[in-house]
Write a protein that binds this ligand. Structure first.
Ligand SMILES: CC(C)(COP(=O)(O)OP(=O)(O)OC[C@H]1O[C@@H](n2cnc3c(N)ncnc32)[C@H](O)[C@@H]1OP(=O)(O)O)[C@@H](O)C(=O)NCCC(=O)NCCS
Length: 253
């Protein structure tokens, strides 16, 4: 596996495993997660490589995660590590290792909410102070290739949506839209608790930093059809990241 970043080369002490993780520079996700519009964001990202880069945290795994694959253990621990670091940066309780609630949702400490995402070799978490009617979702995706794009295109995007992203190669446009919709879904799911198809939101505007996704269905009484959610994004060499910052703005259509 080639990591999409510059990792250190120090093996985990006391093991033969050539695995390592490295915190990402503070500047990396700043354009994505800059504060504003009433949100003060805190985040942490990490790159990792090898069989068990987070072995030092393995004793914190929930019992039912101990038998899963090394890859799944790694992504789980990487996400929890990032959440702990992001909460510390926010000034929330120190050393907060998030428990796992129903539907895989992390249980954030009182007063805070956030989102975790991981992909091969990278994980990130973002947190904001909890506020009524606001929600945050984060997603990180490696670029999909043209073959993969061909297979999933119809599920994810309409022609009209892709036309708003013509400045990008088609598979990059699709990866971006996929990531933005996943970020939106992750923001709203803790309140809606409903699975939604990718057609349940549509891209209505785009610039070089932000997409506007409009809910094309009623997701819940709080998240009504017509609500527009801004999703900031960051295009990097190996992956795309997206952060949805949703506010309840019911619109009657
Ligand atoms: C839920 C879903 C978005 C997560 O996908 P994934 O590839 O595992 O995504 P990420 O790595 O970005 O995020 C995983 C983390 O998000 C959190 N998470 C899991 N399910 C979640 C959910 N339903 N809502 C919010 N966060 C969730 C967890 O912390 C999880 O990591 P962990 O299990 O290691 O703790 C995906 O499985 C899914 O169901 N997508 C289809 C629904 C959709 O996106 N519809 C689009 C509507 S427009």
């Amino acid at each position: 596996m080639t990591a999409p970043f510059d990792v250190g080369a120090e093996p985990i002490a006391g093991t033969e495993i050539h695995s390592y993780y490295r915190d990402r520079p503070a500047s990396e996700l700043s354009p994505l997660l800059r504060s504003g519009a009433g949100f003060t964001m805190f985040w942490h990202a990490v790159g990792f490589e090898g069989e068990m880069p987070f072995a030092a945290f393995a004793d914190r795994l929930p019992a039912d995660m101990r038998q899963v694959s090394p890859k799944r253990i790694t992504e789980y621990l990487a996400g929890r590590y990032c959440a702990e670091r992001a909460l510390a940066a926010a000034g929330a309780e120190a050393g907060c290792w998030l428990p796992r609630g129903s539907d895989r949702l992390p249980i954030w400490p009182p007063g805070w909410t956030g989102s975790i995402s991981h992909a091969d070799g990278i994980a990130a978490a973002a947190v904001v102070a909890r506020a009524p009617g606001t929600a945050l979702g984060l997603d990180v995706e490696h670029w999909i290739n043209a073959d993969q794009a061909g297979q999933i295109c119809r599920l994810i995007a309409s022609q009209a949506e892709l036309e708003l992203l013509v400045a990008l190669p088609p598979e990059r446009a699709l990866t971006l839209l996929f990531s933005a919709k996943e970020a939106l879904f992750k923001a709203l799911y803790p309140s809606t608790r409903r699975f939604m198809e990718f057609s349940a939101a549509r891209l209505v505007d785009a610039n070089d930093k932000e997409l506007s996704l409009q809910l094309s269905e009623h997701w819940s009484p709080d998240w009504m059809r017509g609500t527009v959610v801004p999703v900031r994004f960051l295009l990097q060499e190996a992956y795309v990241s997206a952060a949805a910052l949703a506010r309840q703005t019911p619109v009657a259509l």
